[in-house]
Design a protein around this ligand. Structure first.
Ligand code: FES
Length: 317
């Protein structure tokens, strides 16, 4: 954990708060990869993940953009209403689940609302390294679009699609990917509806799965629950314990009920904090962070959402 000081707060757009953090002791910070995020530890055990949006080569500060979630469970509403310059904030080391492909010929970014934050650090990297890129930034209106001033400096590479300028229509996602070139990679971060549409149209257009990169900051409403119709048993190999996971609970909840407290953060299959190695048994993956290859390999699972297809699952705990 790293103790940070809030050195600047700025309203970046309607409902979006920019937060600049520097190490409380003034020390240099660890570098990070474009697209990385940090865990922010808040009161009452709340942990939230926020993407870093500044230049990844900077070691003097981390910058976050925090959208005020409509159904905030305490994280964004606390930061928006109570955080002040000079306050302390505890964070974790930067982690990267959403990264630029080094194999790509060029990059096409599709951001929805606050999904611009990880993409902004990717764009800064592309500019620094003279890599071809373009951005499609989908927002309700320009007043809700953070970092527009900075992005406007990039001229024709940036395309803003504001719903209130489309006569009440929403952006036609198909057109955003209709001219994707061979070797071009697509990166999408934003609301579930946008990401699902980009995924669907990309697949229908024959874009290879490995050329698509998604960063979710909320689970799909249809997939958020770890509930199921059946129970199964989880065997904790190191501890020699057997735990029954009931239909209406996750593996994580079952372990907590029985006094086992493994690490976790988002509890929605988004952050990889709760990943545990699978020793035997077949997993029904419900997370958003493992690639298709990793899911098929059946070597690990996110215990906050994933379940077992087999009656028993032996895990490395
Ligand atoms: S706690 Fe985030 S993936 Fe499980």
């Amino acid at each position: 954990m790293i103790e940070m000081k809030v050195t600047r707060l700025k309203r970046e757009a309607e409902g979006i708060l920019g937060i600049e953090l520097q190490a409380a002791d003034g020390a240099a910070l660890a570098g990070f990869e474009p697209g990385a995020h940090i865990d922010v530890y808040l009161a009452d055990g709340l942990t939230r993940q926020y993407s870093l949006c500044n230049d990844a080569s900077e070691t003097s500060r981390y910058c976050l953009g925090v959208g005020l979630a409509a159904a905030s469970r305490g994280g964004s509403s606390y930061l928006h209403t109570s955080l002040r310059e000079g306050d302390s904030l505890t964070i974790g080391e930067p982690r990267t689940l959403f990264r630029l492909s080094r194999d790509a010929m060029c990059h096409r970014f599709i951001a929805g609302g606050i999904g611009i934050t990880p993409i902004l650090s990717m764009i800064r990297w592309c500019v620094r390294h003279s890599i071809l890129w373009q951005l499609h930034y989908c927002v309700r209106s320009r007043t809700c679009a953070a970092y527009l001033d900075e992005l406007s400096a990039f001229g024709d590479s940036v395309h803003v699609h504001a719903n209130d300028e489309l006569a009440g229509q929403t952006t036609d996602i198909q057109t955003l990917i209709s001219d994707v070139k061979v070797g071009e990679h697509i990166y999408c971060c934003g609301p579930a509806g946008l990401m699902d549409a980009v995924s669907l149209h990309s697949q229908q257009s024959g874009i290879p799965r490995e050329n698509l990169h998604f960063e979710r900051f909320s689970a799909s409403p249809t997939q958020i629950s770890a509930n199921s119709e059946r129970s199964f048993t989880v065997v904790l190999a190191k501890q020699g314990k057997r735990c029954v996971v009931e239909p209406k609970e996750s593996i994580l909840e079952s372990l907590e009920r029985q006094g086992v407290c493994p690490p976790f953060s988002c509890r929605e299959g988004l952050c990889r904090s709760c990943e545990v190695e699978v020793l035997s048994g077949e997993v029904e993956h419900r997370d958003y962070v493992l690639s298709e290859e990793e899911q098929v390999a059946n070597k690990s699972l996110m215990i906050c959402v994933s379940r077992a297809k087999s009656d028993e699952l032996v895990i490395d705990l």
